[in-house]
Design a protein around this ligand. Structure first.
Ligand code: MN
Ligand code: MN
Length: 299
């Protein structure tokens, strides 16, 4: 990896890590999700990075892809288990990281299992490691702690302006001939649920995060407003919250863009049996001593 590219991954990762820890610190029962999301997105910009994707705050059985809406009144509850997933970039080089917070004792072991799985997996992020070994250690660590890995959520490669590059890194064991290369940027993200859960997520109909696929002309003024935001993103995701218009007009504009395949939508992902989900994620550069770009003293 180019030294300049490496420095950009390092800077993006450092800011993502700090933003993640800040979000975890201000997340408290009674706090509005919208306030957390806005504070953290401002912090990322103030520290000199760009937002790679809207801050995801996904609660209880929601595993991923939830964020605040513009007039979101939801507040965190004291029995919630809250996944905070943050993405930053410098010139397209991404830091992607997540941690889970909960105030109830009931969830601490579940959360810990994903952190342990992540740490065991990172030890294997050295050149020549078969990808299947990483998936196996994630599954084994979570199961030994008494929980279930989520089988259809995965880690992934990172590339310039590409959040989900090759390879896909499953959280359950699988067979592959794929081996890690020196200097490769990847994100590893073990997800786990309790034994009441199925260990699988499904897509729900609700969508709050979008990404531009193609540019085509549109006439509807709300569609044009959405497209204006979409075009600033270089193919990275954005939330509807960033679009100035709202209400029924926005919904109509959005429908036109989805119908014309101009936008892709990220459905909110829920555990299929409604069981609580925890997640831990770091971004890593593969090396003899793996470099964790999003690591801080706190996580
Ligand atoms: Mn993430
Ligand atoms: Mn990720």
């Amino acid at each position: 990896m180019d030294q300049e590219v490496k420095e950009k991954y390092m800077k993006a990762g450092k800011i993502a890590g700090e933003a993640r820890d800040y979000a975890a610190e201000i997340a408290k029962p009674g706090k509005k999700i919208l306030d957390i999301v806005e504070a953290v997105e401002s912090l990322i910009k103030a520290k000199g990075a760009e937002i790679a994707f809207p801050i995801n705050i996904s609660i209880n059985d929601i595993a991923a892809h939830d964020t605040a809406d513009k007039n979101d009144e939801r507040v965190l509850g004291e029995n919630d288990i809250v996944k905070i997933d943050i993405g930053t970039h410098i010139d397209g080089y991404i830091g992607d990281t997540a941690r889970t917070v909960a105030w109830s004792e009931d969830y601490q072991e579940l959360i810990k299992s994903t952190k342990q799985a992540l740490e065991e997996a990172i030890k294997l992020c050295t050149p020549g490691t078969n990808l299947g070994e990483i998936s196996s250690v994630i599954e084994k660590t979570i199961k030994e702690a008494g929980f279930k890995p989520i089988a259809n959520l995965t880690g992934h490669g990172l590339d310039k302006f590409n959040l989900h590059a090759e390879p896909t890194i499953p959280n359950v064991s699988f067979k592959t001939s794929y081996t890690l290369q020196e200097g490769q940027a990847i994100a590893i993200e073990p997800f786990a649920t309790t034994n009441e859960g199925a260990g699988l997520i499904k897509e729900s109909v609700e969508k709050k995060i979008f990404m531009m696929l193609y540019d085509k002309p549109v006439r509807n003024q709300h569609a044009r407003q959405i497209l204006r935001i979409a075009k600033t993103r270089n193919g990275l995701p954005f939330p509807l919250r960033w679009v100035p218009s709202s209400g029924i007009g926005l919904r109509i504009g959005l429908k036109e863009l989805l119908d014309k395949n101009i936008l892709y939508d990220y459905p909110i992902l829920k555990e299929i049996k409604g069981a609580p989900v925890a997640q831990s994620e770091h971004s890593i550069i593969v090396a003899d001593k793996p470099i964790i770009t999003t690591k801080t003293e706190k996580f």
